[in-house]
Design a protein around this ligand. Structure first.
Ligand code: NAD
Length: 267
């Protein structure tokens, strides 16, 4: 299940968190991975750890807001691994601010990373992914990281919701475009709830800042109560869903949205 033997995957934001877990999961499934991130030291450390454990992982500096960085990543994938089969548009930033506190600069910054980054990744990698699609029964795959906040709104994170809602419908539109044009490049989105990463844990800090809890233990109680499964998710749990969508097991799935949220959006 979820085998991706012989495939090359590019994971933006792969230095840590969900991206690093995706790298590990895809390596276990038989792929080699390129970790594209702005965090150089962390990216190199993650790649070294994956390589030491027997995988093929390389760190590459990639700022997803820069088209030239994406072009360099595509060249790297071609020259180092002979192509590209999986793109995981995972890099993202969060901003805990409501509309009254947000500046236009904040709005544009989060939009640049979370939305422009997905557009540039998709557009720049498409030619290689189309070539890769000919090699596999289920074609090649793009998996975009949206969020529960791309499915429902939330107070105090309006700019983040704007970006993740955009990713959701951009995913569906590109899925249709590529399918109708016969490219065999499937595109799907994943919608995690709060996950135990640097970003997810900032949600706990915000609960304390808002005075809903005194300490982390109290904040966890508040957070867990939001989730029918009664806890936050783990990076591996999101990675498993992404690996499934990237594999031939999902060969008839495109334009879909997969919530990995402990039941949050089922309520
Ligand atoms: P994280 O902050 O732990 O990791 C994000 C990674 O993206 C970091 O390595 C960071 O350096 C990288 N990044 C940021 N800006 C970048 C840029 N311009 N170019 C390249 N890389 C950049 O966050 P995470 O929790 O691992 O989140 C990964 C994705 O999952 C994000 O898109 C996030 O919005 C989404 N998500 C996370 C959660 C959660 O609770 N953790 C929930 C829903 C969705």
């Amino acid at each position: 299940m979820n085998r991706v033997d012989g495939r090359t995957a590019l994971i933006s934001g792969g230095a840590r968190g969900i991206g690093a877990a995706v790298a590990q999961c895809l390596i276990q499934g038989g792929a080699r991975v390129i970790l594209g991130d702005v965090l150089e030291a962390e990216g190199r450390r993650t790649a070294e750890a994956l390589t030491a454990a027997g995988g093929q992982a390389v760190y590459l500096r990639l700022d997803v807001t820069r088209e030239t960085d994406w072009q360099a990543a595509v060249e790297f994938a071609r020259s180092r691994f002979g192509g590209l089969d999986i793109l995981v548009n995972n890099a993202g930033i969060a901003l805990g601010a409501g509309t009254e506190e947000l500046t236009l600069e904040d709005w544009r910054r989060i939009e640049a990373v979370n939305v422009d980054g997905v557009f540039l990744g998709t557009k720049t990698c498409l030619t290689l992914l189309r070539e890769g699609a000919q090699r596999w029964a289920g074609g090649s795959a793009i998996v975009n990281l949206s969020s529960i906040y791309g499915l429902v709104g939330s107070e105090g994170v309006s700019a983040y919701c704007m970006t993740k809602g955009a990713v959701r419908l951009y995913t569906k539109s590109t899925a249709l475009e590529f399918a109708r044009r016969g490219y065999r490049v499937r595109v799907n989105s994943v919608h995690p709830g709060h996950i135990e990463t640097d970003m997810g844990r900032r949600g706990l800090s915000r609960i304390i800042e808002r005075g809903q809890a005194k300490d982390e233990a109290g904040a966890r109680k508040v957070m867990y109560a939001l989730y029918p499964l009664g806890r936050m998710g783990k990076p591996e749990e999101v990675a498993n869903a992404i690996a499934f969508l990237a594999s031939d097991d999902a060969s008839f799935i495109t334009g879909s949205e997969l919530a990995v949220d402990g039941g949050y959006t089922a309520q």
